[in-house]
Design a protein around this ligand. Structure first.
Ligand code: GRG
Length: 305
């Protein structure tokens, strides 16, 4: 199967599962339902849930049905973070994925609540899924715990706080690394480690997938910065955000590309223990590495999938 076919197939399964879950949203207040659906569909690359399924189903051959709720939960957490990130109090972006940001359509209050609802819904569907597998309680709870750590104050939320508070004043590389690791890489890493945990991977496999995810997530953020930096329009569109300390600002475009590539190369070595079984994960890393040559800046159209 070609890479595009395999990626699209996972993506369709994730989209279908998200639609089923949101089918129950008819009980939600109308504005809240519309605001949630606006950001969840058609969505972006679905990278985190695809990574989850690539490990759970692709690498360990587990039953897709058991993993899909976790995959959808990761996309919901990611979507909530983007809705909140675009708010005036955060990055103050008017556009996301080539369309108006959620708060520009539904207002700040609805956008905040849509993000809150998505975060709650993520845990609701993971818990419901967990209750369906009573014999497997421990791995489900462990996977959920990893996700809660990575998306919370020790991970994505903490990284966002550091980004807001520190980036303008403490222009050290350590600060930048901390922000990239927590804000972006943590959720990507946990997409792999939560899947491996649910699949009852051994210690060595867990470590390798965690390292692959952390390195890839870090490189992914550098590439995002490269795309922002390269786009002239972005300087107008992203406003003050573009004045922030980023990899291209510190290391230049070539230096940043080289660093991202070195991280991807190191990440790929981690997959050696899985041999051919990890082909699709390797292809995802290659696909992400190639993104620095594409895109329009501010986060849209970075994918050809
Ligand atoms: C508000 C708690 C909170 C956290 C926000 C993730 C994040 C933290 C902010 C997003 C800012 C941003 C654009 C970072 C660059 C890396 C990144 C996460 C890009 C968007 O991820 P993609 O490319 O998005 O996977 P799509 O559109 O494909 O879903």
């Amino acid at each position: 199967m070609s890479f595009n076919t395999e990626y699209s197939s996972y993506r369709s399964q994730i989209d279908a599962a998200l639609k089923v879950i949101l089918g129950q949203a008819s009980q939600y207040p109308e504005t809240l339902r519309m605001s949630i659906e606006y950001s969840l569909f058609p969505g972006g690359k679905r990278l985190r849930p695809v990574l989850f399924m690539a490990v759970f189903d692709g690498l360990f051959g587990k039953e897709k049905k058991e993993g899909l709720a976790f995959a959808c939960a990761l996309e919901m957490i990611h979507t909530y973070s983007l809705i909140h990130d675009d708010l005036p109090a955060m990055d103050n972006d008017d556009y996301r994925r080539g369309k108006l940001a959620n708060h520009k359509v539904f207002g700040d209050a609805a956008a905040i609540l849509a993000g809150d609802a998505l975060l709650n819904l993520a845990y609701e569907i993971m818990l419901e899924n967990t209750l369906m597998y009573p014999d497997d309680l421990s791995s489900h709870v462990k996977a959920m715990k990893l996700i809660s750590y990575a998306s919370g104050a020790r991970g994505m939320v903490g990284g966002q706080m550091a980004d807001i508070e520190l980036q303008w004043k403490a222009s050290t590389e350590d600060t930048l690394n901390l922000i990239y690791r927590n804000k972006t890489a943590a959720l990507i890493e946990v997409s792999l480690t939560a899947a491996a945990t649910l699949a009852k991977a051994n210690e060595n496999e867990l470590r390798a997938l965690g390292s692959f995810g952390g390195l890839t997530g870090f490189a992914f953020q550098i590439i995002d910065d490269i795309l922002d930096f390269k786009s002239d329009d972005v300087n107008l569109e992203c406003g003050q955000k573009c004045g922030k300390l980023t990899y291209p600002v510190v290391h230049g475009l070539e230096g940043s590309k080289n660093r991202a590539q070195a991280l991807f190369d190191k990440a790929l070595v981690e997959l050696d223990i899985f041999g051919e079984r990890a082909l699709f994960l390797r292809q995802i890393a290659h696909f992400l590495a190639g993104q620095s040559e594409q895109g329009d800046g501010c986060g849209y159209n970075k994918t050809s999938i």
